[in-house]
Design a protein around this ligand. Structure first.
Ligand SMILES: Cc1ncc(COP(=O)(O)O)c(C=O)c1O
Length: 475
């Protein structure tokens, strides 16, 4: 029964993927939740259960029609990976056997995959030194890391570690009132959120000026630092965007790293989106200096074809990781009797999914080189799109892209922000393309994030035509 049901679900998934890859489905079919709930018969099925295998399959079929079709080559929306076709299999295995990997004894294979992939990531950053990928020990003085559920949780974890380094007493006694964090005014909102959750408050963030494309102005960093000192504050950490969420442009990591070293400051790189550049042979110069960080976060579920969520928090020294959280739970934290390594003492989560398995699996499906080529391909595609837009009189784009994110505007009829917003909504409701929009430098832009391995220049030409067509209908 398990096998037959999984086979039939597999057939539905196969059809779903092949239809949306061929562009025979909408990019996004967005209905109101009341409509979807009725279609899915949520009330009836909750009460009575599926009436049999056919009913279960009918649910899956309907469910798939109400999804955002990330496998459609016109998916150019948020920073969420288009997974490799078979990337879901570890989720099926995990959902069937339920082996959370934060306690080694609850999921030895999952815990091992996590330790291995963390070592692989440390190696990419240049932090593994001469250690073997099969060295599964956490050792003070050597780099370390854990996987966690998403970049926001990862940023919170890294900032908790930065706080523990400058104010170790805060865990027990609460925060001193003189801690601040410095970073680009364009830092992701999860940084401000983390500061509030840590009890430091959003005002503990001292913003550095950014240029017109939201990149930190390195010449303003000393001013903000001096101001913090003049205000009687201690700088807990300096945060770099690698890259900025809206524009996909990188802060000057190398220079920021040097500044932090010279002033003995914790340097945190928010590489949720762009740390993956380290893997791409043509892209890794973008993250030059990342190795100067004390902590780095890196989402695998953005650029590396891994299904959400899967994020690494990496530390240049395990001592930092060990100090981030200081709870004891006698039923889980065993110092001596552990065969492998428990990540639980170092994560916000107590129980967590088998994140390392799906990260390893996607790489094993493609091989490391193909993922590296894919990252370089998407970064190049954004450049190709820039050149296409530059040739058109009715479009403008404010900057040459570094990653796979590009903002642009359609300016023939109206340059008003509301027009750009309406344009985006109408485009996605017409169902042929899925794109996003964002504010940048006080203006509203259309925005693409190119994450599909099959998206080509000809699809981007199609987007240009679609924007023109839709703009005519709403002018
Ligand atoms: C720079 C940056 N940091 C953090 C995050 C949050 O990551 P997540 O969505 O995995 O929580 C994002 C998300 O887009 C991001 O772009």
């Amino acid at each position: 029964m398990i096998q037959e049901t999984i086979d039939r679900v597999g057939q539905l998934l196969h059809d779903h993927l092949s239809q949306s890859k061929a562009g025979n489905t909408p990019a996004l079919n967005q209905q109101a939740p009341e409509t979807i709930a009725k279609d899915l018969q949520l009330k009836e099925r909750l009460k009575q259960g599926f009436s049999g295998q056919d009913d279960l399959l009918s649910f899956v079929g309907t469910y798939l029609t109400h999804t955002n079709h990330l496998s459609h080559p016109h998916y150019m929306g948020h920073q969420v990976a288009v997974p490799q076709d078979l990337s879901g299999i570890p989720e099926l295995i995990h959902g069937t056997i339920n082996n959370p990997s934060s306690l080694y004894e609850m999921g030895p294979a999952g815990g091992t995959c996590e330790g291995f992939m963390i070592n692989w990531m440390l190696d990419k950053i240049g932090w593994l030194n001469d250690r073997d990928l099969y060295d599964f020990h956490f050792t003070p003085g050597q780099a370390s890391g854990v996987l966690t559920h998403g970049g926001s949780v990862a940023n919170l974890t890294a900032l908790a570690a930065a706080r523990a380094a400058i104010a170790p007493e805060a865990w027990t006694e609460g925060n001193p009132d003189d801690l601040v964090v410095i970073g680009a005014a364009s830092a992701h909102y999860s940084i401000a959120r983390a500061l509030s959750i840590l009890g430091l408050g959003k005002n503990a963030f001292y913003p550095v000026d950014v240029d017109e494309n939201e990149v930190l102005k390195i010449e303003d960093l000393p001013r903000v630092y001096e101001k913090a000192i003049a205000d009687g504050k201690r700088v807990m950490c300096v945060v770099a965007n690698a890259c900025a969420t809206s524009t996909g442009l990188f802060d000057p990591l190398d220079a920021m790293g040097d500044f932090c070293k010279n002033h003995n400051l914790w340097f945190h790189v928010d590489g949720a989106h762009g740390a993956s550049a380290v893997v791409g042979p043509k892209s890794n110069s973008l993250v030059k200096g990342i190795e100067k960080a004390n902590s780095i976060i890196w989402d695998a579920h953005k650029m590396m074809r891994v299904p959400a969520l899967c994020t690494a928090v990496l530390f240049s020294d395990f001592t930092y990781q060990a100090a981030a959280f200081q709870q004891k739970g006698s039923y889980v934290f065993h110092d001596t009797e552990v065969v492998g390594v428990d990540s639980m003492p170092y994560t916000i989560e107590c129980t967590k999914s088998a994140l390392g398995t799906k990260l390893f699996w996607t790489f094993a499906l493609e091989g490391e080189d193909k993922i590296a080529e894919f990252i370089d391909y998407t970064f190049q595609l954004a450049k190709d799109f820039y050149h296409l837009l530059e040739e058109e009189d009715d479009f403008s784009t404010p900057y040459f892209p570094q990653s796979n994110i590009l903002c642009f505007r359609y300016e023939k009829f109206d340059i008003d922000d509301d027009f750009q917003k309406k344009l985006r909504y109408t485009i996605i409701n017409e169902k042929r393309f899925y794109i996003t929009s964002c504010d940048m430098n006080g203006q509203r832009y259309l925005r693409v994030v190119l994450l599909h391995p099959d998206t080509t220049v000809s699809h981007l030409k199609g987007l240009i035509e679609e924007v023109r067509r839709v703009a005519q209908t709403i002018r």
